[in-house]
Design a protein around this ligand. Structure first.
Ligand SMILES: NC(=[NH2+])NCCC[C@H]1O[C@@H](n2cnc3c(N)ncnc32)[C@H](O)[C@@H]1O
Length: 412
């Protein structure tokens, strides 16, 4: 294993600029301010780099830096659409049967009403939803819009499956492409982790306002972010309790580092067991896709009140989402895609927010508080989630460990 010094001698220093202030929390970390020019001496890990600023060396978080000279694209489109130009993410999404079958069911159950309709599939990826439309219904046309280089392959897949009469693939950002006409149905699979991460929903709202005809249909029609206070024994023991006595040694001095490294950001793709939910879940945010405005996404907040149903350890909160696709037929049943612990797991799984200190709770206790989602004003695909909570115990008197607040960056 190369030391920082050896690595330092190998590569010439690279110039990076601080994107925001960073305050060191360990003596081997290096504080800097937004705009500081640092020399990165070695990138021994993807998250922490060895750098120098005004003669002082130390570790800095890579996510707080950008290469000198690289202009800041607040949408990070090169990286974002670059990632969708390869198969990894598309394979993950197509392998997610719960997600993909839900969209197939929407087309199938609305097949008759889709006849002769004009459809836009926003962010079509490999075109799976557009191919479902052409295969299971008879729309007059499907405009399959895809900004990444995958669009070239999507055209081939449309041809390969004999759908070129119905499906027209347009490469470009949905906000920028021109359609020859307004659409009757705007369908998109835009949901990110915690529903909103990536904020692709902004593109869907812009396309709605520009291309959806009066009385047109949004699929999904509505979305809800759900939260529940939970136990996370497995995750807590893996990341925190582990340091108590590995191989009979006391490694607890590493626990503050573990806290910083594993519990500061939300844990994506966490599969929570229904038995880990300490209370009934609650839909903290609900979105009507016909009325939702982009400005509403800057800051969203909600109160919650959970009644603990079983004794356990309150390690944190878990979040997931549900979307509904209304029927094109009057009185028809909506299709639901629920990514919660009581449904078939999806590639999103759930998102876990770990508190700094677990708290024992008893049945009958109540966990009240609020959640605030704040979109990042600079990095438009990112947000922070602030959770405030207080535990009103039905048995013990309230002491300070019963109240808390924590803000989680996702990711900036
Ligand atoms: N559910 C998600 N979190 N991601 C799944 C859908 C993302 C797909 O939509 C494409 N995509 C995302 N935004 C856009 C946009 N504004 N215009 C066109 N394609 C887009 C992206 O390249 C990818 O192929």
């Amino acid at each position: 294993m190369q030391t920082e010094k050896e690595a330092e001698d190998d590569a010439p220093p690279e110039e990076y600029v601080g994107l925001s202030d960073f305050t060191a929390s360990g003596e081997d970390e290096l504080s800097f301010c937004s705009g500081d020019k640092l020399h990165v001496l070695s990138k021994s890990s993807s998250d922490w780099w060895w750098a120098e600023l005004r003669g002082v060396k130390g570790y800095v978080p890579a996510s707080y830096l950008r290469p000198e000279g690289a202009e800041e694209d607040p949408w990070q489109d090169e990286e974002y659409f670059g990632s969708y130009g390869t198969l990894t993410l598309h394979l993950e999404m197509l392998s997610d049967r719960s997600r993909t079958e839900a969209y197939r069911q929407v087309v199938l159950s609305n097949s008759a009403s889709l006849r002769d309709k004009v459809v836009m599939d926003l962010g079509c990826g490999t075109g799976i939803i557009s191919l479902f439309c052409a295969q299971l219904a008879q729309p007059s046309v499907v405009y399959a819009v895809e900004a990444s280089s995958m669009a070239d392959y999507t055209r081939q897949l449309v041809k390969q499956n004999g759908c070129e009469e119905v499906v027209t693939v347009l490469q470009g950002r949905a906000e920028e492409i021109e359609l020859p006409e307004r659409v009757d149905v705007l369908v998109s699979e835009w949901m990110g982790n915690c529903l909103l991460f990536e904020f692709m929903v902004e593109s869907v709202l812009l396309a709605r306002d520009r291309w959806l005809r009066e009385g047109g249909i949004m699929w999904p029609s509505s979305a809800a972010l759900t939260m529940v206070p939970c136990q996370a024994d497995r995750y807590f023991s893996e990341k925190m309790a582990f340091w108590e006595q590995p191989y009979g040694l006391d490694f607890t001095p590493l626990q503050p580092l573990a806290q910083q490294e594993f519990f500061t950001k939300p844990k994506f793709s966490y599969l929570i067991e229904p038995a880990d939910c300490l209370s009934a879940p609650s839909d903290v945010l609900c979105f009507n896709m016909y009325k939702l405005q982009i400005k509403d996404l800057e800051e969203m907040s909600a109160q919650f009140q959970f009644c603990v149903e079983r004794p356990g350890v309150f390690h944190g909160f878990t979040a997931w989402f549900t979307v509904h696709f209304e029927s094109l037929e009057k009185g028809g049943t909506a299709v639901e895609l629920n990514t919660g612990p009581d449904s078939e797991p999806t590639h999103w799984k759930q998102t876990l927010f770990m508190l700094d200190k677990p708290v024992c709770v008893c049945a009958g206790d109540s966990i009240g508080g609020a959640v605030v989602l704040r979109r990042n004003p600079v990095w438009r695909r990112h947000m922070s989630i602030t959770l405030n909570w207080s535990i009103n115990s039905s048995t013990e008197e309230t002491d300070d460990s019963q109240v808390g607040t924590k803000t989680f960056p996702m990711w900036r």
